[in-house]
Design a protein around this ligand. Sequence first.
Ligand code: HEM
Length: 409
Amino acid sequence: MNANARELAAGFDLENLTPEFYIDPYPTYRALREHAPVKRMPNGAYFLTRYDDLVGAYKSTKQFSSDKKREFLPKYGDSLLYEHHTTSLVFNDPPAHTRVRRLIMGALSPRAIAEMEPDLIALVDRLLDGLAAKGEVELIGDFAAAIPIQVIGNLLDVPMEEREPLRDWSLAILGALEPVIGPEAFARGNKAVQDFLAYLEILVERRRQKPGNAERDVLTRLIQGEDNGERLTSKELLHNCIFLLNAGHETTTNLIGNGLVALAGNPAQKKRLIEQPGLIKTAVEEILRFESSNQLGNRITTEPVELGGVALAAGTPVTLCIGAANRDPRQFPDPETFDVGRTPNRHLAFGTGAHQCAGMALARLEGAIAMARFLARFPDYALSGPPLRGGRARFRGFLKVPCEVGRMG
Ligand code: HEM
């Protein structure tokens, strides 16, 4: 076992993952944490798996930069994907980052989020009615993915009848962030940015003509921020809208999908949550920890740094493995156990520090309402076939989950 773990850690290469890794990366993460927590990969980048090392890197924006202009150039060349990813706030340092973040955060205030709750409940209940009418359902397409796309659509006030392409655009653009991509994924990603930009230009123009409520509508905030001398260029405006849609979509879909699958596979925890619905908040945190929707983050060192006795030169790309840190036994007792009542639970599913997820309160609300209402309505739901994994290292979730909810729900 130990020899195996050592071998797993020694042979680990993010650019060359095995099919077993995609199904269950946690044995590899554990081996890395124990035997090579600051792991040098063949391409010279480092892979971090310990909780404390991730917190240190996330908190030190001075030593660990988020700016990807240099790193993404060989991967994307002079393409729209390059333009998009290097303009998003998440892949920038201050001051570009701070300016955009301030504008976005204003629309995601606790009050703004509390106001979204009634619409969210109505949306979830409508979807649950649809599931009940079918009996045999597909949990991702019929439920988990339908929620965030509508919520973010509302946030940017995208007209209902124009929301359909958003999901595919988002999947294609985020898919291009995988550690290695082929020409097809590259072409798909570029085309999605192109189509998305073309659509947003129309939407922005309409909103300029007829501004929305700046308290709630992020697009109006970003436009007015630009006009008020916050100096958002029109490229920054468009790419950050795309980023917002993407950031809140697949991650939240995966939170709901991963949660319902994890509960189905842990009947005792499912029963506990049904009997004590008040546990839904800690349950959402545990799902975020146990099967983090976003497993990997990236930084680049700006100066020489020493980590766990390993010297990293300035300009070293570093991958922060959230999925591994969230099962670090030094931080979480019994980390491989799924415990819906776990407290404390200071997981890193939303990162931490200056770039900590701007939408985490919204994601938590979506997760809690979706899962609590699903469980109340369909306490006897059961998977009716093997769930199909998304096959991604960065975004962990399912593409399809066949499920029986019972027609009487
Ligand atoms: C379960 C759902 C979600 C997860 C797991 C998640 C995860 C994350 C993580 C790990 C980061 C930090 C990236 C880094 O530091 O490198 C992040 C950033 C961000 N997220 Fe989320 N996210 C979720 C949902 C959302 C939602 C619903 C929204 C918006 C409505 C959103 C908007 C953002 C934004 C704008 C950033 C960039 C913040 C910055 O760079 O300052 N996220 N998210």
